[in-house]
Design a binder for this molecule. Sequence first.
Ligand SMILES: NC(=O)C1=CN([C@@H]2O[C@H](COP(=O)(O)OP(=O)(O)OC[C@H]3O[C@@H](n4cnc5c(N)ncnc54)[C@H](O)[C@@H]3O)[C@@H](O)[C@H]2O)[C@@H](O)CC1
Ligand SMILES: [K+]
Length: 496
Amino acid sequence: MKLFTVPQIRAWDAYTIAHEPISSLQLMERASTAFVKWFCERFDDRCTINVVCGMGNNGGDGLVIGRLLLQKCYNVHIFVVKHSAGGSADFEANLARLHPMTTVHWITESTDIPHFAQQSLVIDALLGSGLSRPTQGFLAEVIQKINDSSATIIAVDIASGLLADTPNALSDIIIKPDYTVSFQCPKLAFVQPQSAEYVGEWQVVDIGLSAAYAEATATPYFFSTASFINDFKISNRRKKYAHKGSFGHALLIGGSYGKIGAIVLSSKACLRSGVGLLTVQTPRCGYDILQTSLPEAMALPDWHWMVNTTVPNIDGYSAVGIGPGLGKDPLTLQLLRELLPKLTQPTVFDADALNLLSEHRELLTLLPPNSILTPHPKEFQRLLGRPWQDDFDKLSLLQTFAQQHQVIVCLKGAHTAVALPNGTLYFNSTGNPGMATGGSGDVLTGIITGLLTQGIPPHQAAIFGVYQHGAAGDRAAQKCTQPGLIASDIINEMGW
Ligand SMILES: NC(=O)C1=CN([C@@H]2O[C@H](COP(=O)(O)OP(=O)(O)OC[C@H]3O[C@@H](n4cnc5c(N)ncnc54)[C@H](O)[C@@H]3O)[C@@H](O)[C@H]2O)[C@@H](O)CC1
Ligand SMILES: [K+]
């Protein structure tokens, strides 16, 4: 799914109205109907609902939502904050439609702001994607009062006060919703850690905007949903006469004294991703551990007891993964230095392989094109050699880094962002906070290396691997709960 900016969404809206038999008023009705459908599936008519509207089209949505819920016999109170002299045309039209049904409570000064009771629901339709300046005055007071209440808050399209495509100032006063129900496509802010408290649990509802516009309009941002991933047509079917040679031979390099578990986890995940053969190079101290815990893998013990030092002969391997548990010993650095120019197969760099690259930046120029780097934010910051100002700055640095080095970077975290060498960014839709546990990243390295080994092109291996890693984590969390989840559970739930 493509992610669009606010100006693009506005143009999408206008395109749909111009090319399809639908008016903007009908589109508002459709959007609000989709919201109400979502709402009624979760909340029954015993709750008290306060719909708090502004005077733009977001407020117009609020008025329609209020009307539709009244028609369904919900207990609805509608408030309008008078923040401008007149409302948008669709707001005014829907205000007129409401009049016979109920009384609208106008908020024109601070004393009009109601108390939002603990058990009640607040539907936030104050401001949407038309936000053009920070919220101030009694509009900001209303937001503050809603946030201070213990009511359940549901934002229509986007939390009032939240900027969709650019960072907010720290001082901005923004709704902190429990849920956001957004129209047609997620906003960029929804996948940024710094906006988390202004988004809550979010869901996109389809309002039938023109498919032709979405197809024809370019964007560097994508959201990897199940249907998007299915388009890669990565099959789990195996041909009847297939043999282990049909699925490639992976080489994983990692582990050091005290961190052999990391490479074992990677290796297990790599095998479960479907590779034909796997060879694992570890220091000698890892030999027994690996052979015992994973008899399916072949072991290539280093002469060194504690760390990896020997450059393996990489001929014959379909793909390489290096980093989990690797350590940063000077002899390991030497290994990396000698290995890099020899790599002709697709390679994943993770963990200490990335840290070594950060500390010896001249090595970055030796990365083969389309190499896959899987840093967490701290590792990425080390690779950059500088911090970022905010999440949007981080995204642009990520795009630039991938373009500059012609590599694929999977920046791990909630909604892991995969940056391609052409500057496009794919935000992942799967995964959960239970996966914030030691070893999760090692599993990802194993999965992506495994996919590369089977001949999946690097950009697909990265996006698909990240998606499947998260999906396995979601299945694991169902069984073990999020706090109870450990990295091995992700491996146990793998399969696509
Ligand atoms: N695809 C679409 O674009 C659709 C949009 N719809 C709704 O329309 C919304 C966008 O509507 P609008 O463009 O009218 O924008 P808003 O409803 O966000 O409001 C914009 C109005 O508020 C004023 N304003 C902006 N920031 C303010 C602030 N900080 N304090 C006080 N006033 C402020 C503006 O000057 C403008 O008059 C969407 O979020 C969505 O809810 C839906 O009705 C249907 C489809
Ligand atoms: K809103």
